[in-house]
Design a binder for this molecule. Structure first.
Ligand code: TXA
Ligand code: MG
Length: 325
């Protein structure tokens, strides 16, 4: 499987209707020309993703929002101007050139301008919109390095563009502007506080909000069973897991371990700051799978800054494995 840093080659594959993996600041994406039905359909086939689940369209910083969306509310334009390039996706009413395979058959589109320099170089060279979900099989942990992509999908894709490890490490924050007041559909790499400083309070997703796989109860899940608890509940959770004689690991900020003393579990320390936790979270879950750990006891961070996204992903990794139909 070819893996390399050839932006030109990746852009030509996209132009030819092929699928390529590429880096963004959040996670690696599996991209195809967002205007071509057949190209985008390949993404769904490779990922094993249900066709009704829409894909985010990635565009270069110079792209015109009006080429991709219609009826764009002024506050959405203001947020885009303040946040892009960066880890924020806006849901808007889709323009006519967006493939309805990209939108999952619906009339809205997720748009974002990534800040990763390799992603920007690719989008400029390609010149269009690149539809891309995270470059992992449906439901699994998102890739934050080119080697993660290789391990998951290496046999299925034409080229992996390597841009090094992702700087943010969790997926973009998704804000829905397609139904009036802005709604937070998924916490992510742009902290809620930073968005609300621009938009005012974001509403929570309700029953009328669009269904999105990243918002299913179980997603982002490693092979090991994840149990997400408050930090002071970690020792009891470890003790309970150990009674069934399983291999148990603890995923928590490095400074937390001193207070717990000897836990009798493999310690996997994360950085103490929430940005560091977000950056290392998915690689840590992959490492623990590689060690064939059975149970991961994960300490939930406070839901401030990137802690909201980290906690969200840990709870979804811990969710029931059976997906709704
Ligand atoms: O950071 C990210 O967002 C990464 C990188 C590659 O950009 N992409 C990503 O894609 O996480 P994916 O497909 O794994 O998750 C995108 C989420 C899904 O939950 C999808 O349903 C939702 O965005 N989404 C996309 N378009 C939508 C739309 N038109 N309406 C509602 N939700 C949408
Ligand atoms: Mg995903």
């Amino acid at each position: 499987m070819p893996i390399g840093t050839d932006v030109e080659r990746a852009a030509q594959l996209l132009a030819g209707g092929e699928v390529v993996a590429f880096p963004t600041e959040t996670v690696y994406g599996l991209g195809a020309d967002a205007t071509k039905d057949a190209a985008v359909a390949k993404i769904f086939a490779i990922k094993g993703r249900p066709r009704a689940h829409p894909l985010i369209v990635h565009v270069a910083p110079e792209a015109r929002l009006d080429d991709w969306a219609i009826d764009i509310p002024a506050p959405a334009r203001a947020l885009a101007a303040a946040a892009w390039p960066g880890p924020l996706t806006l849901i808007l009413r889709a323009g006519p050139r967006v493939s309805r395979v990209t939108t999952g058959g619906g009339d809205t589109v997720g748009l974002r301008v990534p800040s990763n320099p390799t992603a920007i170089a690719l989008l400029r060279r390609f010149g269009g919109g690149v539809a891309a979900p995270s470059a992992n099989r449906f439901g699994a942990v998102s890739p934050t390095t080119a080697l993660h992509v290789l391990a998951d999908l290496g046999d299925a894709i034409g080229y992996i563009l390597d841009g090094g490890p992702c700087a943010v490490g969790v997926e973009s924050t998704i804000v829905d502007y397609s139904r009036g007041a802005p709604v937070l559909l998924r916490p992510g790499g742009m902290p809620r506080e930073a968005i609300e400083a621009i938009t005012g309070p974001l509403a929570a997703a309700d029953a009328a909000a669009p269904a999105a796989p990243g918002t299913l109860a179980s997603h982002y899940a490693p092979r090991a069973q994840v149990i997400a608890v408050a930090p002071d509940e970690v020792p009891a959770a470890v003790a309970a897991a150990r009674t069934s004689a399983q291999r148990v690991a603890v995923l928590a900020p490095g400074s937390a371990f001193a207070a717990w003393g000897e836990l009798g579990a493999r310690a996997h320390p994360l950085p103490d700051d929430t940005a560091g936790m977000a950056r290392e979270l998915y690689a840590a879950l992959r490492d623990l799978d590689a060690l064939e750990v059975d149970v991961v006891i994960a300490a939930l961070p406070p839901a401030v800054g990137l802690g909201e996204a980290v906690g969200d992903r840990l709870l979804r990794a811990a969710g029931p494995r059976k997906e709704p139909p």
